[in-house]
Design a protein around this ligand. Sequence first.
Ligand code: NAD
Length: 473
Amino acid sequence: MIELAASYVAGKWVTSTAATTVEVASPTTGEVLGTVGIAGDDEVSAAVAAARSALPAWAQTSPAERGAALGRLADVLTARKGELADLATAEIGSPRSWSTFGQVITATGVLRAYAAITPDHPFTTSRPSMTGGVVDVRQVPVGVVGAIVPWNTPLFIAALKLGPALAAGCTVVLKPSPDAPLTFGVLMEAIEEAGIPDGVVNVVNGGAATGELLTEHPDVDKISFTGSTAVGARIAASCGSRIRRCSTELGGKSAAIVLPDAPLEKTVAGLVGGVMGNNGQLCAALTRILLPRSRYHEYLTVLIAAVTALTVGDPADRSTDIGPLINKAARDKVEGLLRRARDEGATVLTGGERPDRPGWFVTPALVEATNDMEIAREEVFGPVVVVIAYDDISEAVSIANDSRYGLVGAVWSADEEHAATVAAQLQAGSIAVNSTAVLDFGSPFGGFKQSGIGREGGPEGITGFVEYQAIIR
Ligand code: NAD
């Protein structure tokens, strides 16, 4: 049993008698894995105050020192990667065969990228002024950042915020999701072991109410939010009314375009592995597979076989491909979307059943649909993939772009150059060619359209955590 207090402030977990406590349950067995306190007004204010008081000293450290600190943090987390992957598998249900990479190496990869980028980032540049003098353009830290994290890949998303925020010289108050807070106990130990000063990274645990307290706190300078589009819209509106800086990484309904010359077996193996990662609970999952009508049935046969062959079971078993969904509400949502898809005329080609076992399982599903159906338009956030036929490449591009989302995409072809040309026509933040690797650790990540505003990752990520200041002399 892990017991986490409501908040971690200036280097210490703080147990408050006023804070309520909730249980964290295994989505596989229902077993209680731990408890977590819920931060209220006092805990949030104390965490923000600690971040404010640590800000001047941290902002004055050199970029080289901040980069080195991020490198040490990556080292400590790497040394504990097995333990962290086990925790993610227990509380989220991520298959253990996936969680070392998906939940931990993604986080350490981002931190290492920032360790490399930060020392040479151009925090001050000079240019000639229009009147013959000089202008120094400085990038100064935006200040205290409230970083709100979802449950599906908590350590990775925390790293995607900590990396650029700490690189920029900001201090942070993290708010994990109450559905998956347990890895943050290890993360705070790692922050301490890496020698990151007390108060630079703080935590407030809790759900929507705690998130609202953080979003509305008068001494927070920026909110960096990752989660659903509905909550992101509320947070952006609240920040807008306060002229508070805000970036949002939101949902997706991303498309993978399979061009007619794509090699069948390799394409299907790559697609199914990527799309079903974390039991389909990934913002960047390629949940619409667009197939050329000329090869539609050939592809469908192989796709159905590949999805049906996935092993559903205990996520701790390393032969398992698909574990449970995070909770009952998630399973109800997935089942409801599949039911309405059938009502609308879609065909569930395989899966979508409840296996006879405890836990919030749905078997991986492949659904034949058209792009106007709800199942092709709404984020399912479960092991459900839609296949859609297209006649020519321009139609494939327009189907891919016919979505309110624009997070990622993929194009598969025997001709990589041609695939890259098609990729450039997609309205999405990152697009993989011949793979499902839509994230590069040293490059910007974020969405077009309702998938969010702003980028985290890479040098571009740092610019979201600074103010530009021009000194004209
Ligand atoms: P969610 O929006 O329900 O919650 C996200 C976080 O916001 C949680 O910590 C939650 O407690 C908090 N929160 C909820 N209501 C709030 C409010 N009113 N004010 C402040 N904070 C509030 O999302 P979720 O279910 O935790 O995560 C799944 C969603 O996250 C999916 O839509 C997925 O696509 C998205 N996601 C996006 C990315 C990305 O990088 N674009 C990455 C991972 C997940």
